[in-house]
Design a protein around this ligand. Structure first.
Ligand code: AGP
Length: 334
């Protein structure tokens, strides 16, 4: 799917008129998993497009009184039918703001409201929990940012090489299921869990927690690792495992410190780390290794590993993985 999405876009996609229109800032609106993709999009676009990106929950945007001078809006919605996102899109249109929709469903309401639509081409997604659509949303955000990038030629060449290596790296994660299943067996015995990450992997911690709570019914929360000491530390104990996303980037040392702080408060640690990382081996109770690469693309391999962790944990707990209780694939009510 990643290869197809990339192939399609590098060869055929029409330019995004929104980014051609000389906008000075971007507002991204979405809900749930799509909102987590939007948060990652902010890191990608601010680095490559050098313009400010603001991300808002569509459900909250409807209560905000903000002005959008020279701004363009992106709305991300797998189904294209999420009521909160559609209402926000209509509000944007009434404000005269150009709207580009990123969706998976051709002919959906979102594609009819938007000025332009980019399809993520993930194919039909059956299970309530969004998985492949999330990865495909990230592919489109990478493509958009790289296509309009202000980065120097050297950086762009590295990114092109990095994104082309993603299918192989994701396959490596899928092939590493034994290690992930061992962590899932361990995690299945708990009722609460924290996910922590920093920088571009903070939203990955949010998404990992959402996937686990959606399909395994474990009460999981995602946090920016730097926030734990401002309150959540109070909840740590031997009954609350922490899944720490340790990327090989400028957040590495700070994440090591966070793991030591969490261990000092008796919480077991499952660390998601780049292959060949001995330091973490000493610190963490369990480790999930992922292929190394450009930090910009680490959310893809890390998220696939956390999707598998949630899947095997839910299976271990005998949960109905594709049809979790109390949830709908497309939330058409506000
Ligand atoms: C994710 O697994 C959930 N199904 C849910 O959070 C979903 O992402 C949210 O309802 C938004 O849906 P959309 O992308 O179709 O707008």
């Amino acid at each position: 799917m990643i290869r197809d999405t990339l192939g399609d876009y590098t060869q055929k996609a029409e330019p995004a008129r929104l980014l051609d229109a000389g906008i000075e800032s971007i507002l991204i609106l979405a809900c749930g998993t799509s909102y987590h993709a939007a948060l990652i999009g902010k890191y990608i676009m601010e680095e490559l497009l050098s313009i400010p990106v603001r991300v808002e929950l569509a459900s909250e945007f409807n209560y905000q009184a903000l002005t959008l001078a020279k701004a363009g809006a992106l709305t991300i919605t797998q189904s294209g039918e999420t009521a909160d996102t559609l209402k926000a899109m209509r509000k944007l249109k009434n404000m005269g703001c150009p709207v580009l929709a990123i969706t998976n469903v051709v002919g959906s309401s979102a594609s009819r409201i938007a000025d332009q639509t980019i399809y993520i081409r993930a194919g039909p997604e059956i299970s309530v929990a969004a998985t492949k659509s999330f990865t495909a949303q990230l592919m489109v955000l990478y493509w958009l940012a790289m296509s309009y990038s202000k980065a120097d030629a050297r950086r762009l060449a590295d990114l092109v090489m990095g994104i082309r290596q993603l299918p192989k790296k994701v396959q490596q994660v899928l092939d590493n299921e034994d290690e992930i299943m061992e962590c899932a067996k361990y995690l299945a015995g708990y009722e609460n869990a924290f996910f922590i990450g920093r920088g571009i992997n903070f939203p990955v911690a949010l998404e990992g927690a959402l996937k686990l709570k959606e399909i395994s019914y474990i009460h999981a929360e995602g946090y920016a690792a730097g926030e734990l000491k401002h309150g959540p530390f109070a909840l740590l104990s031997e009954d609350v495992p922490v899944i720490a996303i340790v990327a090989q980037d400028n957040t590495y040392e700070a994440m090591l410190t966070n793991i030591k702080e969490v261990k000092a408060r008796k919480s077991p640690v499952i660390a998601l780390v780049g292959e060949g990382d001995e330091d973490i081996d000493q610190l963490a109770d369990l480790v999930i290794t992922v292929p190394k690469g450009d930090a910009m693309f680490s959310p893809v391999v890390n998220t696939v590993a956390l999707q598998l962790l949630a899947y095997y944990t839910a299976r271990q707990r005998g949960c109905p993985i594709d049809t979790p209780r109390n949830l709908a694939k497309s939330v058409t009510v506000e």
